[in-house]
Design a protein around this ligand. Structure first.
Ligand code: FPP
Ligand code: MG
Length: 303
């Protein structure tokens, strides 16, 4: 079965022209999306179930990834399922899990296309809260794509920023308890290296659709100096025009954001840590994450 993740549509002349115009200015390297409004879209358009809204939402995600690629955005992070979403009706949660399983299975069944595009997939969140067969799929995709580096797609599943930070603090605490690091080795930089986003630069632009102007516990640590763009469009209606508006918004604020980032870079944190101890702890942390991934990828999925 071929994957619905990579659409490879032949771009129209005006799409190519618009990309060229936008690329004349600074383009965000990393864009994060809160894809909101799927259920409102389903109701507004008289679709039989809210799940049809989520399915349309997936199609829009695939399109948006293609447009990001055309614009030269090399990393995209999407909020696909928050820990809070587990509180929704069982039918909707199960439907979203089934949609995710179908889409990620399609991705694995079309390894050739994934390799051709050189996309590394990462999954952010507490994966252990997801159904076992989905965990198995996500681990296989993570390992299969781990050496690709042309583009990066981070999918947040069973994610909230507060949970991400809590897990990072727990990992650091365990490091202290095991005697790998001391309390004085704990710094902002160390916490950052224990977050799910540890391999990624902070997002430059964060987009939320559907007219809600809230962060909803998404990338709170990583987005303190990021350009925020709130758009009224419902996610399944998101278009290249909407993305272009977001990039123009970023370009308008680019100089101020760069100034701020430069100032922060200059005011470097005073680190009292012992670099050798910290490096050993991080090696242990990465190894335990890697062992868990390999275990999940190898084990047949049992729910
Ligand atoms: C928010 O809209 C959207 C979600 C909770 C789900 C987002 C999921 C997708 C776009 C599909 C992604 C699939 C994969 C496999 C990555 P909402 O449900 O809150 O809608 P509302 O704001 O109108 O109520
Ligand atoms: Mg919503």
């Amino acid at each position: 079965m071929s994957s619905s993740w990579f659409q490879d549509t032949e771009p129209s002349w005006w799409h190519r022209w618009a990309c060229r115009v936008l690329k004349a200015g600074p383009v965000p390297r990393h864009v994060a999306f809160i894809m909101d409004g799927n259920r409102r879209y389903a109701r507004k358009n008289g679709l039989p179930s809210v799940l049809d809204g989520h399915s349309k939402g997936f199609d829009r995600l695939a399109k948006t990834l293609e447009w990001c690629r055309d614009l030269g955005v090399n990393e995209v992070t999407v909020y696909a399922f928050s820990i809070e979403n587990f509180k929704r009706k069982e039918e909707e949660v199960d439907g979203l899990m089934d949609l995710a399983k179908r889409k990620f299975q399609e991705l694995l069944d079309d390894k050739e296309t994934v390799a051709k595009h050189g996309v590394r997939f990462r999954f952010l969140g507490d994966i252990s809260r997801l159904p076992a067969d989905l965990q198995h799929l996500l681990a296989q995709i993570t390992l299969f794509t781990r050496d690709f580096d042309r583009a990066f797609i981070n999918v947040c599943l069973a994610y909230t920023a507060q949970d991400e930070m809590t897990r990072a603090v727990k990992a650091v605490t365990m490091g202290v308890e095991k005697g790998l690091i001391d309390a004085e080795d704990i710094s902002e930089s160390l916490i950052s290296k224990c977050l799910d986003t540890r391999y990624s630069p902070d997002p430059d632009l964060l987009v939320r659709t559907s007219g809600e102007a809230r962060m909803s516990d998404f990338m709170l640590w990583q987005s303190s100096n990021c350009c925020l763009h709130f758009d009224n469009v419902l996610w399944p209606d998101y278009s290249f025009y909407n993305l272009s508006l977001a990039v123009l918004h970023y370009q308008r604020h680019f100089a101020a954001i760069q100034d701020l980032r430069n100032q922060l870079r200059q005011a470097t944190e005073v680190d009292n840590c012992d670099q050798t101890r910290v490096a050993k702890f991080l090696e242990w942390f990465e190894q335990s994450k890697r062992a868990e991934l390999e275990r999940l990828a190898a084990s047949p999925a049992v729910n």
